[in-house]
Structures are given as C-alpha cells and as structure tokens.
Design a binder for this molecule. Structure first.
Ligand SMILES: Cc1ncc(COP(=O)(O)O)c(C=O)c1O
Length: 371
C-alpha cells in the first residue's frame, strides 16, 4: 500500500490540555504537542494507514535496526501563527524532499509522493493548532523521523520502518535579542567528507559531533566550525550552514556573499540556506552570491585586510546566528557586527525577510497555510 493521506485515521484526545500561560517557560524541544503521526512500512505490505494518535511511547524489538546500525533520519521545520491566527508552514516541500533523500541513503522506502506526507503533517499541525504559540519568535517545531524497525541482527537493508512526526512548541531562539556566537575551528575531528553522509539528515551525523561540540563549549565557544581538507575549507557551523560576507569593512560595501557548495556532498542542503541565497541573489545580484569553497586562510587574510564584513549561520532553529569570533589555530578572528553590535547588514536583511514570510506578514509561496 502507498503512503496515502486519504487513509488517515484520527484518534484525538477529548482534553488535549493547553500551552502554559507563561510562554517564556517553553524550552526548546522539552515539551510536546499532545498528538503524533505514525505510519509503519513493511516490504511485504507497504505503508500502513497513517494514524494521528495521542503522543505515546513505542514498543520496539531490541534487535531493531535503528538501535544497532543507526538506521535513523529526521527533519526539522516550523509552523508559525499568521496575522489572522492562521497556522503556516515554511517550505514544507523542501523538508519532505530532503527526508526522502535521507531515506534513500539509508535504503529505506523513499518512493512515496511527497505531497502525501506534506498533507499528513499539515493535518497533524491542524489537530494540535492550539499548541502553535502566538507571538513574535514563537512557533511549533515539527520533527518528522524515520527509524529502521527491522527485527534482526546482521547488516542488511531494513524490511520494515516506522515514520513518525512529533512536535514541540518553542519560544524565540534568542529571547533577549540576538546573541552573536563564537566558533572554534575544529582541526582534528571531521563532520563530513566527500562521498560521506554530510548532505543527509541522519542521526549518526549528530552523534559523532557531540564530542567536539562538548569540548568546544567546555573551552567557552558556542559552536564548532567544521573544517575539511589540508587547506582547512570551512563547511558548517555547528548544526547550521555558514555564510561569509567579503567586502569593505570601512564603507560596508558588499563584494561577495559566500557559502560552501553542495556539490562536494559535505554540506546539508539547508532550507534557510536555499531561501537566503535566493533572496541575496535578488538583492545583490547573482554575480555577488557564490556557492564555492572557502578556506580559513582566505577568511584570515580578509580579516587582516579589512575585507571580512560578516559571518553568520543559517538554520531553522534560529534563522540567523551572527558570528562574532572564530578561533583558528589558537588565535581569534574578530568579525564586525555593524548593526547595533549584534549582526551585520546582510544577516539583518535576511533575518527580517525570512521571518516576515514565515509569520505571513509578507505574502510568499514559501509560506503554506495548514488546512
Ligand atoms: C548540519 C546542519 N546544517 C544545516 C542546517 C540548516 O538546515 P535548515 O535551514 O533546513 O534548518 C541544519 C539544521 O537542520 C543542520 O543540522
């Protein structure tokens, strides 16, 4: 059986509870909306009828492939309240498309119609719409996940898997205004490499990042700047895509907006990255926006010559994380923060444009109202 929205079954709570009165108590990923979406697949039967059920624990066989061989991938997107109280998803098609590529990498059944999963996610959010908080910076974080449930030891493609979607009401990433991040350029551990899995959203990529991330935090940095190769190419910042802006730090003239290319297979194709690139191409002209390799040497030289204008991370959680300092080989590279000492003008423009679309203040096909 195919994965079909038309087969959706609903088991809805009579009293689903409500959001806390004081929304500032919401901690990222720690409280959950009361319902979940679940659908099982097996090689012999295909997809079961999708179900919206109360959030509950699973019983899974201890031999399941997710426990032993890391057969797990996931997504992260958000639902926002628009001006009329409507609930909007930001580019959900991109997340479904990326989930399918992650599933393909894990030999999971990726050949379903993306629209069906989009409609199922939308239906789940509609059921839990009271858990999409109102207010600037607030949203419902949605976590589609697929795990291998193949009940046998031995490395082989999973004969079964479970797709589920849970969600978590969240507050602003920076509740007291932007807090620029400091990065520790990692010279030893590598997050991803050509031909590896960096371009897919697999749980395994995050598990191997925990050690270096913890070490960077112990040393007082917010995130790791992941490098690659003997020439120390910059790749990603923690769990964000990275953008470096070159120009004239005195006049503020933007000469080039650079982000590492997807072609090497090391970079997660971020939805925020894609959106920011498209906007920057409109604003600054495509000649000034480059998807190309960029090394630490180039960043360091630009900084020395007053040509390093901005650096920032891009991702669903915060949209923009301005970078103020990169520690490379024991020395700090300082990045100017030209707008109120908090971020650069390119970062600010991207942040305002994307959040305005997400909250439905600027009409855009990227913002999809939940039915
Ligand atoms: C490694 C990594 N890079 C980049 C991103 C940003 O992607 P997106 O903008 O789709 O959230 C994420 C977050 O999902 C990530 O985990």
């Amino acid at each position: 059986m195919a994965l079909l929205f038309s087969r959706l079954q609903r088991n809805i709570l009579k009293d689903p509870g409500r959001l806390p009165a004081d929304l500032t108590t919401l901690k990222f990923g720690q409280s959950f909306a009361p319902h979940m979406l679940v659908c099982d697949w097996s090689r012999s039967k295909g997809w079961s009828d999708p179900q919206i059920t109360p959030l509950q624990k699973f019983q899974i066989h201890p031999a399941s492939s997710c426990f032993h061989y890391g057969v797990e991938c996931f997504e992260g997107l958000k639902a926002f309240r628009g001006p009329k109280g409507e609930v909007r998803l930001f580019r959900p098609d991109k997340n479904v498309e990326r989930l399918k590529t992650s599933m393909a990498r894990l030999e999971l059944p990726f050949d379903f119609e993306g629209k069906e999963l989009e409609r199922l996610m939308s239906a789940l959010v509609a059921v839990d719409r009271e858990f999409v908080p109102r207010g600037d910076g607030y949203s419902l974080y949605i976590r589609p996940t697929v795990i291998g449930t193949h009940e046998a030891l031995g490395v082989s493609p999973s004969d079964s898997c479970k797709l589920f979607v849970i969600s978590s009401p969240v507050g602003p990433y920076y509740p007291t205004g932007f807090k620029p991040v400091s990065l520790l350029a990692e010279k030893t551990a590598v997050r991803a490499w050509p031909g590896g899995t960096g371009a897919y959203k697999l749980g395994a990529n995050y598990a191997i990042a925990l050690g270096p991330q913890t070490e960077a935090q112990r040393k007082g940095f917010s995130q790791v700047l992941w490098l690659f190769g003997p020439d120390d190419q910059v790749t990603e910042a923690g769990t964000m895509n990275l953008v470096v802006v070159f120009g004239d730090a005195k006049s503020g003239e933007v000469k080039e907006i650079v982000t590492p290319p997807l072609s090497d297979g090391m970079i997660l194709p971020g939805v925020t990255r894609d959106s920011a690139l498209e906007l920057c191409r409109q604003w600054y002209g495509s000649g000034k926006v480059s998807e190309r390799r960029c090394t630490m040497k180039e960043v360091l030289n630009a900084s020395k010559e007053g040509q390093l204008l901005e650096a920032f991370g891009l991702g669903t959680a915060a949209v923009i994380s301005p970078v103020q300092r990169i520690n490379y080989e024991g020395k700090d590279i300082h990045v100017p923060l030209l707008v109120d000492g908090k971020m650069g003008p390119v970062a600010k423009r991207v942040w305002e444009a994307i959040t305005s679309i997400q909250y439905g203040r600027t009409p855009s096909p990227w913002s999809v109202v939940c039915e």
